[in-house]
Design a protein around this ligand. Structure first.
Ligand SMILES: Nc1ncnc2c1ncn2[C@@H]1O[C@H](COP(=O)(O)OP(=O)(O)OP(=O)(O)O)[C@@H](O)[C@H]1O
Length: 507
């Protein structure tokens, strides 16, 4: 019974520990700058997922192993050592001198185990990273007949993992045997020595008592050694988890940042320059732009010209290298991040939908509170999405699958527009999807975009001529600089199906 309760309590403590670490690390990960996820040196999402799931479990195992062996072992160790000290302090001291020597051996082996363990963790993380990348792209894999090639890539990674894990398990099996052999050797020597010395000073009961304590001391010392090895084995998981939490944010919210209740939507970019890294070229160069409240500005320009970067700066996902951005004449660096982002809606080019119901996806901002169903339906109607939603098996309660997998491209776009309408923000960033739709879907999406633009200050990264022509002003962003272009010049550049493919303005 006692053993059951011991295990139950220890597992509760260990699993709670893993749970708390998991939540803490995830909170911290979400607080990291966008650059951490986007930069080439960042940690991949597959690796992060692996750390927060499997490696947090490893931490629980380590904590359990530590508590499970250290507590009882320490009690036994103290009891036996006291008994020995009472019989012969001098001999106890001599026996104790062995401990540092054995500790050195254990420490050395533990360090080797830590290194091997770290490699094993990295190999599983790579496996998880790979799966996270390939499984969502299964359509592309099948379409390219790449199943065989992907199987081979997976097999290579799985084999590397097998090799590393085998090394770890072998080392883990070997260490206790080495330690055990050393203990037995030392124990025999000590017993023999003690027997000779004690015989001349104590009666036989004293001799038996001392030797029994010495023998019983071996097990707890061995257990402490094992616990140390468990710690060494779990250390890489702990290090990798806490690595995610240690960072200095680049985008910092000021302590006296203000919360804006309402925003009219007047946006000014003043002398903005930006580059992604010190050694990288300037993406934006002393750029100035004033988007008046309720105005729609279309940004066009060559791929890589910096259009998305400009919108990331407005959302304060990065801070400009110099210059400032004002919303209603408030420098965004003085506005609380939560408040700033609440007043801006983003419809990104890669439509982001989550598994969950249609209503949850449209009312995403209220996910933690109560989603207003009237508002959801109104937003869906305005975005021309209500009709297809009602035809889904469970209407607004239909689960749309991972990333909205049960929806068509046009339906996803309209759902994203409905979400932006639901948010009721004053400023809208619309990064138009480049994927072509059939003419009916195209018309429905265009209508939805048109309605979305009403009552918003809109910054649209436009790829379609139709959308560009909806804008009040058209700006060409090239070589980090902005230039206003006229409709007439654009119309001369547009081709018949409305897609801009001229040399100056390229999709
Ligand atoms: N996270 C990043 N780290 C480093 N460089 C980046 C990063 N994101 C973008 N860049 C670079 O910055 C430049 C501008 O990219 P941006 O995405 O803003 O262009 P864009 O005009 O939106 O292009 P597109 O129309 O193709 O989406 C590009 O040269 C790109 O390679």
């Amino acid at each position: 019974m006692a053993n059951y309760w011991q295990q139950a309590f220890l597992w509760e403590a260990s699993l709670n520990c893993a749970y708390k670490i998991r939540v803490y690390v995830f909170q911290k990960v979400l607080k990291r700058d966008l650059g951490f996820f986007e930069g080439g040196n960042g940690v991949s999402s597959g690796d992060i997922a692996y750390r927060i799931t499997a490696e947090a479990d490893d931490v629980a195992e380590t904590v359990h192993a530590l508590l499970n062996s250290i507590l009882p072992s320490m009690l036994q160790l103290i009891a036996m050592a006291t008994q020995m000290v009472l019989i012969s302090p001098v001999l106890t001291l001599i026996s104790a001198l062995v401990i540092p020597c054995i500790s050195l051996v254990i420490a050395y082996l533990g360090e080797q185990l830590r290194k091997i363990s770290n490699k094993a963790h990295l190999s599983v993380a790579k496996l998880s990273e790979y799966l996270n990348e390939v499984l969502p792209s299964v359509l592309f894999v099948k379409a390219n007949n790449a199943e065989f090639c992907e199987c081979a890539r997976f097999q290579r990674l799985a084999h590397a993992d097998l090799t590393e894990n085998l090394k770890k398990k072998r080392m883990k099996a070997l260490i206790p045997q080495i330690v055990h052999a050393i203990y037995v050797g030392v124990l025999l020597l000590l017993c023999y020595g003690s027997l000779i010395v004690l015989r001349s000073f104590f009666d036989s009961s004293g001799v038996v008592s001392f030797l029994t304590s010495l023998v019983l001391l071996v097990e707890p010392i061995q257990d402490v050694g094992k616990a140390y090895n468990e710690l060494k084995q779990g250390e890489p998981a702990i290090e990798r988890l806490f690595d995610l939490t240690m960072f200095t944010p680049q985008v910092i919210e000021k302590l006296d940042a203000v919360d804006l209740d309402t925003v009219t939507g007047d946006v000014k970019f003043c002398d903005i320059s930006f580059k992604y890294g010190d050694s990288m070229p300037l993406v934006l160069n002393k750029l100035n732009l004033h988007v008046k409240c309720g105005e729609t500005v279309a940004l066009v320009g060559p791929s890589g010209g910096g259009k998305s970067t400009l919108t990331k700066l407005l959302l304060r996902l990065y801070d400009p290298s110099c210059g400032c951005i004002l919303i209603d004449n408030h420098d965004i660096q003085n506005i609380r991040l939560e408040s700033l982002r609440r007043h801006i809606s983003l419809v990104s080019q890669d439509i982001t939908l989550f598994s969950g119901s249609v209503a949850e996806n449209i009312g995403y901002r209220d996910l933690m509170g109560k989603i207003d169903m009237d508002r959801v339906e109104h937003a869906a109607k305005t975005a021309n999405a209500d009709e297809f939603i009602r035809k889904l098996a469970e209407g607004y309660d239909t689960n749309i699958g991972q990333r909205g997998s049960i929806l068509s491209g046009g339906q996803k776009q309209r759902l994203a527009i409905a979400r932006a309408i639901y948010q009721k923000s004053s400023i809208l960033i619309l990064d138009e999807a480049t994927s072509a739709l059939d003419s009916k879907s195209e018309m429905l999406v265009r209508q939805a975009v048109e309605r979305l633009m009403e009552n918003h200050t809109v910054l649209v990264i436009a790829h379609r001529l139709d959308t560009i022509l909806m804008a009040d002003r058209i700006l060409l962003l090239e070589n980090g600089e902005l230039e206003e272009v006229t409709r007439t010049s654009l119309l001369n550049e547009g081709n018949s199906n409305g897609t801009l493919i001229s040399s100056g303005i390229v999709i």
